[in-house]
Write a protein that binds this ligand. Structure first.
Ligand code: ADP
Ligand code: MG
Length: 267
């Protein structure tokens, strides 16, 4: 198993708690797993703790209890550098996750420098190769983030995420800030990279339409707990919990995105 989250709890201290140690529980015993080659969707409304779980998995924060295993190794116990190399992350906010003062070449080379020792020429070749993988040409190398569109910049963030050859990537609302037509293009890129590079995804979102487009399995997240799990996307319509039903209903009535996705897929 690539990733195993076992009974993880996480609470934060209330900033204005009356009692000094007053805290609020965000994750309440979360367990899930990700197999090789899989795309697992985590869907839930805003504030349900999805990003918190993402931060625990990439190891920038620690849970209060429970364990997170990557390739069978508990990341809270072992030398995390080795395990960290296996996980990358792409956030919603491509604008702030790419330093505006750095050129694209420097943004993508950041993680490469941490994990590998390459000469300058090797690094440039590597970055050109990564840019091509995400559908950008080498003419973007020396541009700054503000000279790129949202979709192009998110492609740069994806290039940076795959630069270290991770085994899986946490995509935290990675397409949510993009225009709908661009969302489909980025989803298609992610699907293509998944095949090409043999990577897996944890796809965090509040958007069920995107989940049906890219995920193999999905867990419904509510107030820090998994309330339902769907292991086969064809069975999505059979969800039992009120919460999952409501999300499904909202997705079906909300917009015509499914049609836009479909049109793009055919064309
Ligand atoms: P989601 O990604 O599902 O929208 P988050 O994981 O970002 O949810 O947040 C869940 C809850 O945890 C929110 O109520 C948020 O205010 C709270 N929270 C997140 N990070 C912190 C933090 N560092 N300190 C205190 N509260 C936090
Ligand atoms: Mg979030």
């Amino acid at each position: 198993m690539l990733l195993e989250v076992k009974n993880v709890y996480k609470s934060y201290k209330k900033p204005f708690g009356i009692i000094k140690k007053e805290s609020v529980e965000i994750l309440k015993g979360v367990s899930l797993s990700l197999k090789e080659g899989e795309c697992l969707g985590i869907i839930g409304e805003s504030g349900s703790g999805k990003s918190t779980l993402g931060r625990l998995i990439i190891g920038v924060e620690k849970g209060d209890c429970g364990s997170i295993l990557i390739d069978g190794i508990d990341i809270s116990k072992k030398n995390r550098k080795v395990e960290k190399e296996k996980v990358s992350v792409v956030f919603q906010d491509y604008g702030s996750s790419a330093n505006p003062r750095l050129k694209i070449i420097d943004i993508i080379s950041e993680p490469i420098k941490v994990f590998e020792k390459l000469s300058k020429k090797e690094t440039i070749n590597r970055i050109i190769d990564l840019l091509e993988k995400v559908g950008l040409s080498k003419e973007y190398l020396y541009r700054y983030p503000h000279q790129l569109s949202g979709g192009q910049l998110q492609r740069v963030c994806i290039a940076r995420a795959i630069a270290t050859n991770p085994k899986f990537i946490i995509l935290d609302e990675a397409i949510s800030s993009l225009d709908v037509s661009i969302q489909v293009q980025v989803l298609d890129l992610l699907i293509q990279l998944k095949k090409e590079l043999d990577i897996s995804y944890v796809f965090i979102t509040h958007d069920l339409t995107a989940v049906t487009y890219i995920c193999d399995r999905v867990v419904f997240f509510k107030e820090g707990n998994i309330v339902e799990e769907v292991n086969c996307m064809n069975k999505l319509k059979n969800v039992k919990s009120q919460y999952a039903k409501a999300l499904l209903h909202a997705a079906m009535t909300m917009d015509s995105r499914e049609e836009i996705y479909e049109v793009q897929r055919i064309s």
